[in-house]
Ligand binder design. Structure first.
Ligand SMILES: Nc1ncnc2c1ncn2[C@@H]1O[C@H](COP(=O)(O)OP(=O)(O)O)[C@@H](O)[C@H]1O
Ligand SMILES: [Mg+2]
Length: 197
């Protein structure tokens, strides 16, 4: 896996959201980008995922230019995005949410599903439960699990701590580290910190 953003510019109409962002994520690395509300963190991840086309700049993934490539292609290439606010499908069960994550694969991989359920045992206990009835922390685990089901080489996490109690956040970050080590998965996390306003 190699991933590099070079001098990326993104605008909403005439409003500049990103001006000249450059960063690298190496194989097996966790990179965390910290910034204030409105700094453009979600915009950056949405641009990587192909949801927004950049004005200029380059996004290189495994030696290919992916800036402006369609979102479903990006997932197929091996980048999964766990969005801000989790966005689980409330009216689907935990299991159905996980299966949705593997939609781009020809069929869901049993070993990957087993890995997700071993990593997040609470999801295993609640496979038949509607996702909308889970707690915030559980929904975050489900959102990450759903991303893992696409078997990414690079995982994008948008504010996984959002709205979670500090103790749950700590647990979650321990699990993120565990996933990183177990799968040698490269991870780009964006997070808010109250010190950056
Ligand atoms: N769909 C949109 N249309 C117009 N402006 C937007 C849109 N999404 C975000 N913005 C603006 O772009 C800037 C960056 O937003 P965002 O990427 O959500 O920041 P962060 O995730 O760091 O809080 C903010 O000023 C925000 O108001
Ligand atoms: Mg955001």
């Amino acid at each position: 896996m190699n991933f590099e953003i070079k001098d990326l510019f993104v605008a909403y109409g005439g409003i500049h959201a990103l001006s000249g962002v450059s960063l690298k994520v190496q194989e097996g690395e966790i990179v965390c980008l910290i910034g204030a509300n409105g700094a453009g963190k979600s915009t950056l991840l949405r641009t990587i995922s192909g949801l927004i086309k950049p004005v200029k700049g380059s996004i290189i993934f495994n030696n290919n230019e992916i800036a402006g490539v369609a979102p479903h292609k990006i997932v197929e290439l091996g980048i999964s995005h766990s969005p801000e606010g989790r966005r689980v499908f409330a009216a689907l069960t935990v299991e159905e949410n996980l299966l949705m994550g593997s939609y781009v694969l020809k069929k869901p991989d049993k070993a990957t599903m087993d890995f997700v359920l071993e990593t997040f045992p609470i999801l295993k206990e609640r496979l038949r439960q509607y996702a909308g009835t889970l707690s915030g922390g559980e929904q975050q685990m489900l959102a990450i699990g759903r991303s893992l089901m696409a078997e990414p080489k690079l995982l994008l996490l948008d504010e996984p701590s959002l709205g979670l109690a500090p103790i749950i956040t700590k647990e979650l970050f321990t699990l993120i580290k565990k996933i990183n080590l177990a799968r040698k998965l490269s991870i780009l996390i964006v997070e808010f910190h109250y010190k950056y306003r």
